[in-house]
Design a binder for this molecule. Sequence first.
Ligand SMILES: [Fe+2]
Length: 532
Amino acid sequence: MRMSRRRFLALSATVVAGCTTSEGAGSGPTTPPTTARPPETTASTTTTTTTTTTTTTSTTTTSTVPEPAELPENPFTLGVASGDPDAASVVLWTRLTGELPAEGVPVDWRATAEDGTEVASGVFTTGALLGGTVRVVAAIDRPVAYQFFTGSWASPVGRAAPITATDELRIASASCQNYEAGFYAAYDDLAEWTPDLVVFLGDFIYEGDAQPVAAGRVRSHEGAEPTDLDGYRARYATYLGDPQLQAARGAAPWICIWDDHEVENNYAGVVSSEGADPVTFATRRSAAYRAWWENTPTRLPPPDAGVDYPIHRGIDIPAAGGGDLVRISVLDGRQFRSDQVCDTTFDLGPPCSGWDDPQRTMLGADQEGWIADRFSTTAARWNCLAQQTVLTDLRFGEDGAILNYDQWDGYTPARDRLLANAPDDLVVLTGDIHLAGIGLVGPLGAPVGVEFVTTSISSSGNVPLDFLPVVEGFENIVAAELEHRGYTRHTVTPAAWTAEYRTVDDVADAASAVSTWKTFRVANGAAAVSEV
Ligand SMILES: [Fe+2]
């Protein structure tokens, strides 16, 4: 059936490239940018976006559709995904594997409603220049099941939905999925929950050399530490081959940001933590950003090599009763930050020189201005920051020791600027440190918001378990759990923000049980949190 449809498209002079469902043409919900540009339109015919079935007035491009190539092996081994939804569309993604023909591979896609009605469809031609990536913006007005086809091969089926007004929004927050450190039982549980959104907070891949299976390593990466585009593409393929990750990516739209391991551990701007010179490191970073874009279901345009690539963006979720239920702002605390003033972690000494320099930044000037504007203009019931590193003040002792210079404690003037105009009902979603923690953001005794730090999907804990009394002894820490991996379920209503921490019994067991550690609730109107 799909073959005959493509042949119909190829022969038809009336079916034209759409303005609502092909790559880069959707109305962006986010800033920046508000619209994505077509991918690689000047690079090669192998990357030309082609047709949709919507009727619009635009240039006919169907004549460029190559004849379908029958690939010798199933190219849909990395699953499907959706992301960055708005009220009228969502990004749909897949990536072909195997040797791809030079002339490119046309991939049909189709999104259907629950009753089987076709909501949107089209053809996207991918090729080697895109690393086999297929990315379309599908115009949808209701929940859909979607699927990709090429030749006789069909992808798994994913599910996606546009943003709609609601008085109960369900968000899963997740981060840190080191492939070697564990299996992804957490993702089976997440997929079963079928949230409205998944917010991924960074460390989608880990960049280290492949290590043999041993204690604490259940499987091995493939190949050496990536430093170029081919290397990062291969590393993403290793991760995306995991069926449990695929189940989660296909279950709901994802909103993704990165942290450090998508490039290199603890890098800052163009400063490598491994001592590479800035020019060399910037080249590596560009390759890593390009691979991130190729493998992420985001509406962002592809990055240009050698220049900044802003990924901060926002989504406003309307409430069923009018107004906005939640304003979500996702940040990038890695690309524009000043270098850490010290490389140490868990340092109990006086702060290193320069820690209080107001010129130092976590977000960069543009992003600081952007979030300040979103804070000052919000009328949402809740204001959510989704970002990388711990925001809660954990400075320690009379000297104000900075335990971890990579976190916001190492950038206190920047944190002060961020929170100076914090709106009411601020909830912060954080990853990075491979533990579950609930903190109060802002000055001791006068919090301005609540931070929910989700534990890692699989990455090993890096705070010794016998430190739990120390962690829980911080005045700004409400509770913590250091031992288990997992993710967090957030249910947002006009009256309350509820965070249920799901933890994996045994990360070395792909079939492990997953259960609730604890559940916490914030009542709207109060910067306070309590266990349910
Ligand atoms: Fe991590």
